[in-house]
Design a protein around this ligand. Structure first.
Ligand SMILES: *Cc1c(COP(=O)(O)O)cnc(C)c1O
Length: 401
């Protein structure tokens, strides 16, 4: 059958500079990767701590595959709930300092599940305007009214909560924003939600294993123990494996087991992955120094950029470097690739119109030399594309915000 919309829409994407395609990686997700057959410095991986190919995590995977096989065979409520799932959920609850935990097969699935379970026609969901796409899709599935508050703006949230007549109010935010690298103002959000009796959901995909002091997530980072109702996070980023979790009260977890369709109607996490994740969590607790290495690298990159007169807006391991136009963004990314540095360009609809950017992620496994090389190459590529440095006339203080 001839389906002209396929090629027409793809052509339109190409004309706008928004065509996406896959790049092939040969080998593990390391500080250096072989991508499209070429060895490149890797500044676009969420493998923040190097756990995705850590020998202890890899051997836990094969050991658990030997013991349980590969697939979990059924949804968790049928016959797919194995010892290792229970052990992992206990370990996550302990790590998160929550009463209970529940795992999901992916972060995307967890967010669909959380919002569709807590939403419904009587609920209003209050969502930060820069929340991750999986939260946006969860809001759609929730059949609830959705009100979007200005990015990171607790007083705007407060105003919307005050005006709302909904019987159930759910506030949802990324803990660390995935495309901007800034941290949600959680103390303000918690105060607002407590004043208005709302439920607070925090997505710790980029906070788990990353935010100091322990990598336990955004609530722990701000000392807000017990004041976030649902802490969601992924295993797929700093923990280096796959899958996701929520940490919450026992009552909340029990409710999810009974009501959450993306949990109920989805096959359980493969047991070997649950075992590998247990090993990754164990490493994180035993060697918290790897988190410090990540932060040292982040500070080193910032210094390299600031010394070249470049503003770096981020306080985490995700560093956006603004370019602007879609085509320009991809051109700068390509110029860097040709110079040996892989940094992915991010365009709409992932980010708002006109805010195309390079999105760097630092890893604990980057060496100082790799970081210095990347900063030098980035500065060159930006200069070549007419993206100017900040004038050295004292009008800018070089702050890392
Ligand atoms: C990556 C990510 C997800 C999705 O997690 P997966 O396990 O990859 O499905 C959800 N939320 C945020 C903020 C993310 O960055």
């Amino acid at each position: 059958m001839d389906l002209p919309f396929l090629s027409e829409e793809i052509e339109a994407l190409k004309e706008k500079g928004r065509y996406r395609f896959l790049r092939r990686v040969s080998g593990p997700q390391d500080a250096e990767i072989v991508i499209e057959g070429a060895r490149r410095l890797n500044f676009s991986s969420n493998n923040y701590l190097g756990l995705a190919n850590h020998p202890a995590v890899v051997s836990a995977l094969s050991e658990h595959a030997g013991r349980y096989g590969v697939g979990s065979g059924a949804s968790r409520l049928i016959s797919g709930h194995m010892d290792v799932h229970a052990e992992l959920e206990d370990a996550v609850a302990k790590f998160k300092r929550t009463e209970a935990a529940l795992t999901f097969s992916a972060g995307y699935m967890a967010n669909l599940g959380i919002l569709s379970t807590l939403g419904g026609p009587d609920a209003t969901i209050f969502s930060d305007e820069l929340n991750h796409a999986s939260i946006v899709d969860g809001c759609r599935l929730a059949r609830a009214r959705v009100e979007v508050y200005r990015h990171g703006d607790a007083s705007h949230l407060e105003e919307l909560l005050r005006r709302s007549r909904a019987t159930r109010k759910v506030v949802v935010t990324d803990g660390v924003f995935s495309m901007d690298g800034d941290i949600a103002p959680l103390p303000g959000l918690v105060e607002a939600k407590e004043r208005h009796g709302a439920i607070l959901v925090v997505d710790d995909a980029h906070a788990t294993g990353v935010l100091p002091p322990h990598g336990r997530g955004t609530a722990d980072h701000f000392g807000l123990k017990g004041r976030v109702d649902v802490q969601m996070g992924t295993f797929s980023k700093a923990l280096g494996t796959y899958g996701a979790y929520i940490g919450a009260s026992r009552a909340m977890v029990d409710y999810f087991i009974n009501k959450c369709r993306p949990f109920i109607f989805n096959t359980g996490l493969p047991p070997a992955l649950a075992g590998a994740t247990l090993a990754a969590l164990g490493l994180l607790e035993k060697e918290p120094g790897i988190i410090s290495s990540l932060w040292r690298n982040q500070a080193a990159f910032r210094e390299e950029m600031v010394s070249r007169g470049r503003i770096v807006h981020s306080s985490t391991a995700i560093v956006p470097i603004n370019v602007g136009g879609d085509r320009e963004t991809m051109e700068v990314s390509k110029a860097l690739f040709d110079r040996g540095v892989f940094v992915h360009g991010i365009r709409p609809p992932t980010v708002p119109e006109g805010t195309g950017r390079l999105r760097l992620t630092l890893m604990a496994t980057h060496t100082r030399e790799m970081i210095a090389t990347a900063a030098a190459r980035i500065d060159e590529a930006l200069t070549e594309h007419g993206i100017r440095r900040v004038p050295k006339d004292g009008t800018w203080r070089g702050e890392w915000i």
